[in-house]
Design a protein around this ligand. Structure first.
Ligand code: TMP
Length: 195
């Protein structure tokens, strides 16, 4: 089973991805995007540097390059071997951040991303919904997107809501307020009921 966790910065998805992967058992691969291969980790460093100015479409292509490498060399082989894969961000992040917040257009980025991942969408995507002000308060503010402030996080949150409607067969929205344990229970329930 292929599960992705999505949400704005500070939504708690990295913590929840770790807990979900542990709950699914030892035959589970936890990956984070961008990253997961040597080349993708190098691209992650580049993208995380707030001092670099990057054209939005170039930014999308960098995320896409990292993702294409990860899908073909790690995710697809793992799924074919029967391993569960839990992704801390995946394709929907590009739709929300580059398509929505960077205004490249959600449907345009959706179709490009479909090509990048060769149609390998997650079986379930858990969207952790949190108020952008709360999320930004939790995030450490160091990466390029967090440092751009509340308006950007609001635009990302809005795009995620649009994705949840467009892909309602795959995306389950989970309330990310409360304790880590409470949210974990909701995530498990969301995965169970959609699987
Ligand atoms: P992180 O919050 O998981 O560390 O992700 C790093 C940042 O990269 C985060 O602010 C979201 C952003 N991002 C995109 O803009 N597009 C993408 O496709 C992905 C995977 C992440």
């Amino acid at each position: 089973m292929f599960i992705s966790l999505e949400g704005i910065d500070g939504s708690g998805k990295s913590t929840q991805a770790k807990l979900l992967a542990a709950a699914l058992g030892s035959e589970t691969l936890l990956i984070r995007e961008p990253g997961g291969t040597s080349a993708a980790e190098r691209i992650r460093e580049l993208l995380a540097d707030p001092s670099l100015e990057i054209d939005p479409f170039a930014e999308l292509l960098l995320f896409s390059a990292a993702r294409a490498d990860l899908v073909s060399r790690v995710i697809r082989p793992a799924l074919e071997a029967g391993t569960h894969v839990v992704a801390d961000r995946f394709a929907d992040s590009s739709v929300a951040y580059q398509g929505g917040a960077r205004e490249l257009g959600t449907s345009h980025v959706l179709s490009l991303t479909d090509t990048v991942i060769d149609g390998l969408w997650p079986d379930v995507t858990v969207l952790l919904r949190v108020d952008p002000e709360v999320g930004l308060g939790r995030a450490d503010g160091k990466d390029r997107f967090e440092s751009e402030g509340l308006d950007l996080q609001r635009a990302v949150a809005e795009a995620y809501e649009e994705i949840a409607q467009i892909a309602s067969d795959r995306v389950v929205v989970v309330d990310a307020s409360g304790t880590v344990e409470e949210v974990h229970e909701r995530v498990i329930e969301a995965v169970r009921s959609s699987g």
